[in-house]
Design a protein around this ligand. Structure first.
Ligand code: NAG
Ligand code: NAG
Ligand code: NAG
Length: 396
């Protein structure tokens, strides 16, 4: 899922948090309408240690701090969506990428931040905070070890895994979302991995004191949570996807299923009364909310609130209420004004599916960028594209 920030038509610079939710065709999103006096946002960043020429931007919080605060300040409820967990470094485990590094190396890499976050969650668990953890099956060699350990012997902590491939044929839980006390929310790119705190560039947004926005994100969390407790074979159908010209597995309440064949959704017990669609359905007026973006120590902290909306994927989890991530990305790219700058930070840029067979060619982002860069006459738009080595986790 993603938060798009910026004036939709005329902003001078656009900031985009790209959080690739799944590697499949599932790219839908969500929007929110809110006006809250105290709700505010901070930008959050991770910058690798040992990069003296690339400091964290001043006024932007560090991911490690934010994760720790979310856990430490949680008094009754903490929900976390994570692709996988490796907060505790494992330099003694020969199967781990951390293997062989000395204590001094790990300290220089900032690995302690990961264990501090883990400890903060453990402490919250011991304070009887009600904790729910949703993740993909995890990654080698730990898989679900950390969330399972947190849940073990604690009735107030529940951990589930959700395999998107059983529902959509491919893809994974890729969102990184924390919701604390139903009011403080992190949405960003940082995994629950010590390397995401101090060895990988990450970006996110921390929404503080925002119960109305938290409720929308929580609705998405509930849907993932409930999905993880259902038997996919009872609720999936294979459909012919007209847009991509291939057969796809989808939840039986999907808009890609012909309405006569469509089932009632087991998630919120309603029937999706939206016509069958051939491609990703767009939502024309996502509800916007205004958020002041705070930058501690900087005078622009209290500048005018930015218009924002939430988007989610896959679309079968948002019931036509929210725009899909793909739509949000394309709209954000296209909204860049004449002479303005669009900044995109993303792990990779491929224009096609990467992990599924057969390969699907997917041009919407590249087309949107081309349109923004080469419009009719005088408009010139600057594009900054930062690509991050996708194999960073395997190379450390
Ligand atoms: C949470 O806790 C930390 C200290 O533990 C504090 O500095 C921070 O401001 C608190 N509030 C939020 C909203 O994170
Ligand atoms: C923990 O919280 C639950 C409800 O949230 C409550 O029923 C239970 O008694 C609490 N346990 C302790 C040890 O406080
Ligand atoms: C913020 O504004 C005050 C007064 O207007 C000034 O003294 C201070 O240097 C400014 N701080 C920054 C970080 O620009």
């Amino acid at each position: 899922m993603e938060v798009s920030i910026g004036n939709r038509s005329r902003s001078r610079t656009m900031f985009m948090v790209f959080v690739f939710l799944s590697a499949t065709l599932c790219l839908p999103h969500v929007s929110v309408s809110v006006s809250e006096h105290q709700c505010k946002a901070w930008l959050v960043q991770s910058i690798p240690t040992d990069m003296p020429h690339l400091a964290r931007v001043s006024g932007v919080l560090s991911t490690g701090d934010v994760f720790r605060w979310l856990a430490q300040n949680s008094s009754h409820k903490l929900d976390i969506i994570a692709q996988y967990w490796q907060l505790n470094a494992q330099p003694e485990d020969p199967r781990s990428g951390d293997y062989g590094y000395s204590k001094a190396d790990m300290s220089r890499f900032g690995a302690a931040q990961g264990s501090q976050v883990y400890k903060a969650i453990e402490d919250a668990a011991d304070r009887n905070v009600s904790i729910r953890l949703v993740s993909h099956s995890g990654v080698y060699p730990d898989y679900t070890k950390e969330p399972s350990n947190l849940a073990s012997g604690r009735p107030n902590v529940k951990s589930v895994t959700l395999l998107h491939s059983e529902w959509w044929g491919s893809g994974i839980v890729h969102a990184k979302v924390w919701i604390s006390n139903r009011r403080d929310v992190y949405i960003g790119s940082a995994n629950n991995d010590w390397k995401s705190l101090t060895q990988v560039k990450e970006v996110g947004i921390y929404l503080v004191g925002c119960p109305k926005i938290a409720k929308k994100v929580e609705a998405y969390f509930e849907n993932l949570w409930n999905l993880a407790h259902l038997n996919p074979s009872a609720y999936t159908k294979t459909v012919w996807d007209q847009q991509w010209q291939l057969e796809r597995k989808v939840p039986c309440w999907s808009r890609f299923v012909d309405s006569e064949e469509r089932c009632w959704s087991p998630l919120d017990d309603h029937f999706v009364r939206i016509p069958h669609v051939a491609g990703y359905p767009t939502l024309s007026h996502p509800h916007m909310f205004k958020l002041p973006i705070q930058s501690p120590g900087q005078n622009y902290s209290t500048s005018k609130p930015e218009s924002s909306y939430l988007s989610f994927a896959p679309p079968e989890l948002s019931f036509g209420t929210y725009p899909a991530d793909e739509q949000a990305w394309v709209e954000t790219i296209k909204s860049v004004g004449s002479g303005a700058t669009l900044r995109i930070s993303t792990m990779d840029w491929l224009g096609q599916s990467q992990y599924m067979k057969p390969t699907v060619y997917w041009s919407s982002l590249s087309s949107a960028v081309s349109e923004a860069t080469y419009p009719s006459f005088s408009k010139y738009t600057g594009i900054s594209l930062i690509l991050v080595d996708p194999d960073i986790n395997n190379k450390l």
